[in-house]
Design a protein around this ligand. Sequence first.
Ligand code: UD1
Length: 419
Amino acid sequence: MEKLRIVGGNKLSGSISCSGAKNAALPMLAATILTDQQITFKNLPYLQDITTMFEILGSMGAEITLNEGMNFIISTSKLHDFEARYELVKTMRASILVLGSLVARHGFARIALPGGCAIGTRPVDFHLDALAKLGAKIELKNGYIEATARKLIGCEINFPGVSVTGTENIMMAAVLAEGQTILRNVAKEPEVEDLANFLNSMGAKIRGAGSDEIIIDGVDNLSGTKFSIPADRIEAGTYLVAAAITGGDITISNVQAPRMNNILDKLKLSGASINISSNSIQLSMNRDSILPVDISTAPFPGFPTDMQAQFTVLNALSKGSSVVTENVFENRFMHVQELNRMGCDITVKGSNAFVKGVNSLNGAPVMATDLRASASLILAGLCADGETVVDRIYHIDRGYERIEEKLSYLGADITRLPS
Ligand code: UD1
């Protein structure tokens, strides 16, 4: 298994460009099933999760090509299998995103039931109940979800809890349904809005994405489109925290700062100096005067759970005590044990992590447990004394494009060790 070796102590400085957002790209790839015409994607990030979605689409009969402009062209006109197999689904829960599109366009989907995962039980009941309300017959057979519908019919759906992929799945199902669908208590994440913009560019009629209520007027068919994947706010946030904890000064270009306010506000409170221009963010920080900031995760516009582990490291190096509260997933503190092995002083009680700032960390061999936990271990390694080796980095490759290349470019001492 490949590992990342980091020798800590270098301040990060310089400029990098942000990649396309994984969480925007995945539902859009699933939405290619909704049309028999070609879709062209610009700025698709090179990530394992994207490859997994390609494998799922490819196994169903989609044709995926890369043109000379490095744009991906996808055609699902010859889809012959409407199934996402367990071997693929078990590596990426977001595979469930093909459910809505398959049922809407082909009347049938067979998707392996995603199991529990490292950060919590993560059920898919909101997706299934909402699809059933649209008229699909749902059966659970041999570890698979089987959904069948001759024609989905628009209706009003009140989600019992806020789910990002749940909202996206049902939006994709409803665009080809007969009549109007009103979705309430939906996720307001920017990636939901991105998906609505993408679907509207294919001819869908969606209003209200980004607010609590989404209204979808069903259409008979959708066309092809060309779309550029917006920047990854979590990737950008991760590099900004990396610069902050090393006392660095970096600029990230190709970002949309307004959708990062929840992250930038906390960075400012921690003492970072931040300059925002039309498509870039510059951050500088004095490593010796990081202030503790309490963090409490919540659906957008609240603080993103996907940035919780990284901010836990920032707090661990601050001049004081803070509380990090995880409200979205029930088991998302697995990085804490590994961080404590590097010298952090963090105690977890229920959904709270009580963090006491320390002056320095020591390098250590550590194990990545999930995507954002891996990012936090790399960040800790960047400012620890000596060498840190992060094992099981396949987690990081799921969501960060060329991370060691980007960090090296900013001056970090980081290398990928072959398995
Ligand atoms: C998405 C993101 C992930 C992010 C998460 C929360 C993608 C591909 N992934 O994951 O990076 O961490 O949003 O911002 O966009 N829940 C249920 N039943 C359901 C669905 C969800 O109880 O049917 C619960 C979950 O267990 C969790 C909460 O709702 O506690 C939010 O999860 P959800 O928003 O669905 O996360 P994902 O869409 O899987």
